[in-house]
Design a protein around this ligand. Sequence first.
Ligand code: KG4
Ligand code: ZN
Length: 348
Amino acid sequence: MRILALESSCDESAAAVLDSARGLLAHAVFSQIELHRIYGGVVPELASRDHVQRLLPLLREVLRAAATAPGELDGVAYTAGPGLVGALLTGAALARSLAFAWGVPALGVHHLEGHLLAPLLEPEPPPFPHVALLASGGHTMLIEVQGIGAYRLLGQTRDDAAGEAFDKTAKLLGLPYPGGPELARIAEQGRAGAFVFPRPMLDRPGLEFSFSGLKTAVLHAVRDRVLDDTLRADVARGVQEAIVECLCVKAVRALDETDCEVLTVSGGVGANQQLRTTLTRALASRGARAYYPRPEFCTDNAAMIAVAGLARLAAGQHDDLAIGARAQWALDSLPPLISSEPLRYANS
Ligand code: KG4
Ligand code: ZN
């Protein structure tokens, strides 16, 4: 089985072709970062308009790169939510229409299920069951993953997401949008211990996070001071260490509570090198192991949507003819998946 997948939930337009026997044949992403940068964040209407222009060229590009004619496709998957509803509708309308014209089924995929399954794109995929740490711009969750479609939420953030905390504190430091990767870059020059920011919720049991206090702490730290490169780097290092420690401690606690030795890390913040190094070290000392998607599959992409879409389409799931998108969509409301055939996700 071979499918085309489209992603358009926020500010990345993406397309991918995935084959159940040969793995990922092609994928391409167009990031709208430059378009939104002058506004300091994503402008939903601009995002939707740009997806309309980008998606068709992207899907032509991946079909060409995958040497695949439309007649060779067995289905089309697209991100149906959660996300910006206008942006989602551009991908949904295109995917649903193409599937109708090509006479194949279409399936709306849950964006977070895509992130959760992104580690399956790697040559050494994680075994089930495992615990997933999903940290993106909109979500920070620990989830017990029994199998594809069998998700149990263990804990999540009470307020800001980890990526949001990176982005908001980066903004306070005058760094360009999106701040996460930029803050991580300058943190390398920061001095250890120059700033120690609070680690909320670490001193109490449970698997919840809270990151909204970091903004205020950073605001106090830089107030009445000259924001030069040294101060920026020191604060960035302190912020990154605080976020990384919260994520690591709770991830290890989640492994303890579920008696599991396998952790996956996905979502944009999963690309953070400090997080990877700290987690890998923490897990090695207890005989557990972490699996990461490569950085380009941590941030938004269509390859991960193809993984979730292919698994579900291969099991016979598909949508009706209506074009729909959901701004909000609970992960645990997804139908469980009884897989009918073994699937290959890594490149062959
Ligand atoms: O998964 P994603 O691409 O989009 C959402 O579904 O939200 O995640 C984007 C988030 C942004 O907040 C971005 O700043 C953050 O991931 N991010 C990073 C890094 N790369 C992306 N945060 C810290 N370090 C990074 N290297
Ligand atoms: Zn995402």
